[in-house]
Design a protein around this ligand. Structure first.
Ligand code: B12
Ligand code: SF4
Ligand code: SF4
Length: 362
């Protein structure tokens, strides 16, 4: 390919990324084993908990040509989801993290990447591309650094000085050499470690080191079984994800420079910010699907969400929820039954509620 054509395709891709609404775009060379040494060490330490898919996808993460044959370049895009600031949770409500308030980000980003891929095909028919948003396993944050989008903060998330960290990443793999951006070399965290200090479960074991097994995001979304009492007691109002290590980050402070109009599809659906606890506690598998079809919330399921809601009710001192939680003590789901009995025991459960006077200890 001539240098002129290479430059033309690269500048077209950057322009199309902006046209479809991405906030950030950069291009990096496709590289084998990018960041996978650290990933392997993390997996070997068991820090991924029940997320077995991360083990299974390791060979593909090591080699992006297993996703797109002959891949040469990775176009990395970032999309802000900071649509508004959260409401302060009133009593009897729970918190969903901002990234899951609105339409499923996978669908939104995939649609934008599809338009970029279609433009590429119609203008340069001999160039092939493949899009990925979590779906195809790729080291998204590492590529984002290589493509100059920002730096990885001590909370392990990618940060841009202007957008902060409230952004999703996606990639378009391309089988042509392109003009590459300069990788990010500066870490703007400096001596700050507010994210580490604020994490309620000490999941951030140190700078850039996250033990997912302790992370509220993992516990509420990915972890299927019962949550151990010491962690459950620290989960606060979060029923889906957790935003604490981003809310405290100085790079996410609201300022006129950072006020921006994020993709409106990420605005909270009614009743997502905050979400009434009682509604969550009364969810059935059917009402769960109807309520959250099309949002990121479907990554969990009814049982996990009800489990999380019981824990949030305990946090809120929600004795008002006690009759519903008592019903849940005989739920068909084992994890819901277990968590409901734990809550009732803490509240001093009675025989009528299915508990002996000694309660249940986890
Ligand atoms: C598995 C996963 C999780 C897990 C593990 C999180 C994690 N930090 O890895 C759990 C369920 C906990 C999770 C939670 C969240 N996630 Co998540 N998650 C992923 C996923 C699918 C894979 C990440 C992965 O490979 N982790 C493996 C380990 C090894 O990563 P790590 O410990 O962070 O280490 C890496 C870097 O930090 C770096 N590194 C390590 N040490 C050092 C040291 C230095 C000096 C440097 C420079 C770098 C560095 O190298 C490592 C290898 O890449 C990615 C999508 C993708 N395909 O990449 C989204 C992704 C990372 N998640 C995302 C989001 C939005 C979240 C949440 C904010 C959601 C929420 N509100 O609850 C939280 C944030 C929690 C947190 N503080 O990280 C976004 C992050 C966007 C951004 N701005 O960075 C991603 C990229 C999804 C996307 N497409 O946008 N997630
Ligand atoms: S998402 Fe919450 S629990 Fe997880 S590392 Fe950040 S502050 Fe800690
Ligand atoms: S809170 Fe401080 S240390 Fe953590 S990511 Fe933000 S700037 Fe970096």
């Amino acid at each position: 390919m001539t240098p002129k054509r290479q430059r033309q395709i690269s500048s077209d891709l950057r322009r199309w990324a902006k046209e479809v609404g991405f906030d950030l775009v950069g291009i990096a060379p496709a590289t084998k084993d990018l960041g996978t040494d650290r990933l392997t060490a993390w997996l070997e330490a068991g820090m991924h908990g029940e997320m077995k898919y991360l083990e299974e996808s390791l060979p593909v993460r090591r080699d992006p040509s297993l996703i797109l044959d002959g891949v040469k370049s990775v176009v990395v895009v970032g999309l802000s989801y900071r649509t508004k600031e959260p409401e302060l949770s009133p009593e009897g409500s729970a918190r969903i993290s901002r990234y899951a308030w609105g339409t499923d980000y996978h669908d939104v980003i995939r649609a934008k990447l599809r338009r970029m891929g279609e433009n590429l095909k119609s203008n340069y028919p001999d160039v092939n591309s493949r899009r990925a948003v979590d779906s195809a396993p790729i080291m998204e944050r590492d590529y984002a650094v290589l493509a100059g989008l920002g730096w990885i903060g001590k909370n392990t998330l990618l940060l841009d000085q202007r957008v902060g960290s409230w952004l999703f990443l996606g990639v378009l793999l391309v089988d042509a050499e392109l003009d590459y951006d300069e990788p990010t070399e500066t870490d703007h965290c400096g001596s700050c470690q507010q994210c580490i200090d604020a994490c309620p479960t000490q999941a951030l074991e140190g700078p850039y080191q996250l033990d997912a097994r302790r992370c509220i995001s993992y516990l509420t979304i990915e972890h299927r079984s019962a949550i151990e009492e010491p962690l459950a007691r620290k989960m606060g109002p979060w029923v889906y994800g957790c935003d604490i290590c981003q809310e405290v980050c100085p790079w996410n402070e609201v300022s006129p420079r950072r006020s921006r109009v994020a993709e409106p599809l990420f605005l909270p659906w009614p009743g997502s910010d905050p979400v009434p606890l009682e509604e969550l506690l009364r969810l059935t598998p059917e009402s769960f699907s109807v309520r959250w079809e099309g949002s990121s919330m479907v990554r969990a399921d009814r049982d996990r969400l009800v489990r999380n809601a019981i824990i949030a009710a305990v946090h809120a001192g929600g004795m008002g929820c006690r009759p519903i939680v008592a019903d849940l003590a005989s739920d068909s789901s084992e994890v819901v039954r277990h968590t409901a009995r734990w809550a009732l025991a803490l509240w001093g459960g009675t025989k009528e509620e299915g508990l002996g006077s000694e309660g249940v200890h986890s």
